[in-house]
Design a binder for this molecule. Structure first.
Ligand code: SF4
Length: 302
């Protein structure tokens, strides 16, 4: 069996910065509770690891971010790299909470582009995922933003305004986005395009798309992680016959590989490196010690 790690792996710069801000919050406010509204990154093992440091993640699919802020009485609140509705942030400030906004620079840039075009009278088409925190934050900027989630939306969207900006969530598939933009330009030739897939997402997707001589692609990451999902999709598009999405090495216990298999292991920008390293070590040795998800190891990366 030949095993190789697809690089880059480990956290992207935006996630690294968000973690650094959380670390700083803990050391700057040692006597106060530190809350994160929503998952700092889409990885439940990281959330568990944060809990061991008394950092509380408030995440509930049936509650809005505003409702989650309602639950905090005092302390520090961290908003994640995905961005946050300004009204929710203001609510936290008005409650007297110490607010730390970890919005990634690339997400901020997209928001600035959207705001500039809205001020110039544009309607914004935003290519993104339903109920994803990043698209929710972008859509909160104005009611003049239309979410497009797939090819069908691109084919059917209606707009009377001749000023249209097309922009994107940072973690979308490069392929699908290009296809959607092509459809939109066929229908609205004067639309302004600001494709905002970030460099971390693009580099990881390109690395998978360029894989050669690969029989199996294993993508390590949380089921909720959009950038991880896109890597698996890229592998399928690249014609790799077997593509597995897993959270930890434990998901491989019942998998059967051939002696001649050439296996590539990729991971999303939100996947702790320790989990990917465990997967690779398990594949190489079959040692059961790599099946344990040792939170103290993940904590070393906090
Ligand atoms: S995936 Fe891109 S936009 Fe999202 S946090 Fe990482 S660098 Fe920022």
């Amino acid at each position: 069996m030949e095993i190789k790690e697809v690089r880059p792996s480990g956290y992207c710069a935006g996630v690294g910065r968000a973690l650094a801000l959380v670390r700083k919050a803990v050391s700057d406010y040692p006597d106060q509770p530190v809350y994160i509204v929503g998952m700092l990154v889409h990885n439940r093992y990281l959330v568990e690891a944060l809990k061991t440091r008394n950092i509380i993640t408030l995440d509930d699919s049936v509650k809005t971010k505003s409702e989650l802020v309602d639950e905090i009485d005092n302390g520090v609140v961290v908003f994640t790299a995905h961005g946050i509705d300004r009204k929710v942030k203001k609510k936290a400030v008005d409650k007297g909470l110490t607010v730390i906004d970890a919005t990634c620079q690339y997400v901020r840039k997209t928001h600035e582009i959207i705001k500039e075009h809205l001020a110039d009278g544009y309607t914004v088409f935003y290519i993104g995922k339903h109920h994803h925190p990043e698209s929710e934050a972008a859509l909160s900027l104005s009611e003049n933003i239309i979410l497009l989630t797939g090819i069908e939306d691109a084919q059917n969207v209606c707009c009377d305004n001749d000023r249209i900006l097309v922009t994107t969530q940072t973690t979308m598939s490069v392929y699908d986005t290009a296809e959607m933009i092509k459809i939109i330009l066929d229908r609205f030739p004067d639309a302004t395009i600001a494709e905002e897939i970030c460099s971390a997402t693009r580099t990881r997707q390109n690395a998978v798309a360029q894989l050669k001589d690969t029989d199996v692609l294993i993508v390590v990451g949380d089921p909720k992680s959009n950038n991880t999902r896109q890597l698996a999709y890229m592998g399928e598009k690249a014609g790799i016959k077997k593509v597995l999405r897993i959270e930890t090495a434990r998901d491989l216990v019942n998998e059967v590989f051939n002696e001649t298999d050439r296996i590539a292991v990729a991971s999303g920008a939100s996947t702790p490196k320790a989990l990917t390293d465990n997967v690779i070590s398990y594949l190489k040795t079959k040692d059961e010690k790599y099946l344990e998800t040792d939170l103290s190891v993940i904590c070393r990366f906090l």
